[in-house]
Write a protein that binds this ligand. Structure first.
Ligand SMILES: Cc1ncc(COP(=O)(O)O)c(C=O)c1O
Length: 487
C-alpha cells in the first residue's frame, strides 16, 4: 500500500484503498515499518505489561518486575483520550526537581542548575507555555499553564461572559461533559440569571452528530441574545471534531465571543488558535499531552485581548507582571497576555510533569503526528467495519461507529456503540486480554490509538481480541454453531 497516498486522501476527507491483505498481521507490521509514516515514540513511554495491570502492591513481585519479552506481553492501551501513558522523561524531570529542592531548597525559585532539564521555578510556567504554544497554534504569550480545566473554564467565563438583559445566553452543545455543563450553569446563576433561559443547547441533527450548518444557523437566529459560545473542539462522547475556524468566524461576524474546550483536541489534532482568531480556549494535559492524572492545565487567550486587567477582576500575585512581582507594593500590574490570568504560584511538581511530557512533543510536530493518526484511526475503522460485516446477528450489526466517517471530522478516537447486551461480556473479554479502553454505559467503547505510542500492530491485536469477544458472546446468546466454528 502506498501509505503516503493513503494519508493524502485522508487529509482531504477520502478513504484509502485497502489492499486484499489488509487484515493480516504482516500488513499491520508493514505500516509500522513504512518510511512514509512517522516512526513510533513508544520507547519514550512506559507501556504496562499485562501482568502489571493486575498489580496489587506497590512493591514489585516476580510478575510486575518482569520486562515484556515482546508485544504479546504488553497491554494494548487505547485510552489516551482519558489518561495518556507515562513518558519516561517524567521520572527524570521529577528526580531533577527533588534533587533541586533537596539541595538548593528555596534557591530553586531563581536558580537554574546547569545540567538540569528544568528552568528556575519562576520560569517554568513560561517554559511550559512556550512548549505548548506550537501544539495549539499560538504564540507563547497567548498560552498559560495554570490550574485545572474546569477552574480555567470558570476563569475564562468570569472574564468573557458579561451578560446584559438582552444579550445573556451561552451556547453549548446538547451533551456537554458534566463539568462544562456545571461550569456554564453556575456562571449563569452567578449573574443572577436562570440557566433554563440563558443556556442554549445545540441539539444533534440526528443520532449523535451536529452539523456545522446547524450551529451556524442557530448563531444566526440567536445572535441578538447570545453573549458567549462555548463548544468542545472534539465532543468527548462521539469523537466528532467540530469545524473550529468556520464556527469561530461566524460567531465573530455576529459580534459574539467564542471559546473552546479542547480537552479532547489538544495534542490530538492540528490547531491554529491564533490564526483562527479564537477568543479563548482551555484544555487539560492528562489526555493526549500525557502529563499525568489531574495535571496542570493549559489556557489560550488571543493576543488581541492584550492586557487582561479589565477582563477578569480576579487578581492574584502571579498575575502581576513578573518583573515587579516581588516588590510587594500592592499595586497590581498585570502580566500582558494569557499569563496575566494566573492567581497563585503554580505547583512545581505539576509543571515538572508537564515539562517532561512536552519534551516528547519537541521531537516531532503536530502535523506529523496528525498524518500518522489519520491512518491509524482509518485502519482501526477499516478493521472494525469488516468485523461488523462478518458478525451480523438477527439481521443487525453487533455495533456501529458513531464517530464521523469523514476523517477530517474526527481525531484519534472512534466511539463504538455496541448492542447493549454485548457490552458486559465484551468489556470483560477486553480486560481479561490486557486491553485498556474506555467504556461508557449503556454500550459505548471509545477506542483511541495514539500516534505517539500506539502502533498498527496494536490496532490489529486489539481487533483480534474484540472480534473473538463478540463471537463468543454470540455463541453464548444464540448457541450459534457457525460462530463457534469461527472462533
Ligand atoms: C470535555 C471535558 N471537560 C472537562 C473535563 C474536566 O476536567 P478537570 O477535572 O480537569 O477539570 C474533562 C475531563 O475529562 C473533559 O473531558
Amino acid at each position: 500500500m502506498d501509505a503516503k497516498a493513503a494519508i493524502e486522501r485522508l487529509q482531504i476527507g477520502q478513504k484509502p484503498e485497502w489492499p486484499s491483505n489488509s487484515e493480516s498481521f504482516d500488513f499491520a507490521q508493514s505500516l509500522d515499518n513504512s518510511d512514509h509514516i512517522l516512526k513510533t515514540f513508544r520507547s519514550d513511554f512506559i507501556v504496562p505489561t499485562k501482568a502489571q495491570l493486575k498489580r496489587k502492591t506497590i512493591n514489585d513481585d516476580a510478575e510486575t518486575s518482569k520486562a515484556a519479552s515482546g508485544p504479546e506481553d504488553e497491554s494494548i492501551y487505547f485510552c489516551g483520550n482519558s489518561l495518556g501513558l507515562q513518558p519516561h522523561a517524567i521520572q527524570e524531570y521529577l528526580s531533577a526537581y527533588l534533587k533541586t529542592w533537596g539541595s538548593i531548597a528555596v534557591g530553586g525559585h531563581f536558580t537554574q542548575i546547569s545540567d538540569s532539564p528544568l528552568t528556575a521555578y519562576q520560569d517554568m510556567a513560561g517554559d511550559c507555555a512556550m512548549k505548548m504554544a506550537p501544539i495549539v497554534g499560538a504564540s507563547a504569550s497567548e498560552v498559560v499553564a495554570m490550574n485545572t480545566l474546569t477552574i480555567n473554564l470558570h476563569l475564562m467565563m468570569a472574564a468573557f461572559y458579561k451578560p446584559t438583559p438582552k444579550k445573556h445566553k451561552i451556547m453549548c452543545e446538547w451533551r456537554p461533559f458534566p463539568s462544562d455543563y456545571y461550569a456554564i450553569e453556575s456562571q449563569i446563576e452567578w449573574h443572577g440569571l436562570d440557566p433554563s433561559k440563558s443556556m442554549l443547547l445545540v441539539e444533534p441533527d440526528d443520532g449523535y452528530l451536529i452539523t456545522t450548518s446547524k450551529i451556524l444557523n442557530l448563531i444566526e437566529q440567536e445572535a441578538e441574545s447570545l453573549a458567549l459560545i462555548l463548544l468542545p473542539g472534539i465532543q468527548y462522547y462521539s469523537g466528532q471534531l467540530l469545524d473550529i475556524p468556520t464556527i469561530t468566524a461566524h460567531a465573530h461576524k455576529h459580534n459574539i465571543t467564542i471559546g473552546w474546550d479542547l480537552a479532547h483536541a489538544a495534542g490530538n489534532v492540528e490547531l491554529k488558535l491564533h490564526d483562527w482568531d479564537v477568543d479563548f480556549a482551555c484544555w487539560c494535559t492528562y489526555k493526549y499531552m500525557n502529563a499525568g492524572a489531574g495535571a496542570i492545565a493549559g489556557t489560550f487567550v488571543h493576543s488581541k485581548h492584550g492586557n487582561n486587567e479589565h477582563y477578569t477582576g480576579l487578581k492574584g500575585w502571579y498575575g502581576h507582571d513578573k518583573s515587579s512581582r516581588f516588590l510587594m507594593d500592592n499595586k497590581f500590574v498585570p502580566t500582558p497576555g494569557a499569563q496575566g490570568f494566573q492567581c497563585s504560584n503554580p505547583s512545581i511538581v505539576d509543571l515538572t510533569c508537564l515539562s517532561g511530557a512536552l519534551s516528547v512533543f519537541e521531537k516531532t510536530s503536530m502535523a506529523e503526528l496528525r498524518r500518522k493518526s489519520l491512518l491509524l484511526t482509518a485502519y482501526a475503522e477499516h478493521l472494525l467495519t469488516s468485523i461488523a460485516a462478518r458478525n451480523i446477528r438477527d439481521g443487525k450489526f453487533p455495533f456501529e461507529i458513531i464517530t464521523p466517517a469523514d476523517p477530517t471530522q474526527r481525531g484519534t478516537q472512534l466511539s463504538v456503540l455496541l448492542q447493549e447486551e454485548l457490552m458486559e461480556d465484551v468489556s470483560k473479554a477486553l480486560e481479561g486480554n490486557g486491553v485498556i479502553c474506555d467504556k461508557r454505559k449503556p454500550g459505548i467503547i471509545r477506542v483511541a490509538p495514539v500516534p505517539l505510542y500506539n502502533t498498527f500492530g496494536d490496532v490489529w491485536r486489539f481487533m483480534k481480541i474484540f472480534e473473538n469477544a463478540i463471537k463468543s458472546q454470540m455463541v453464548e446468546v444464540t448457541g450459534n454453531v457457525e460462530a463457534q466454528a469461527m472462533l
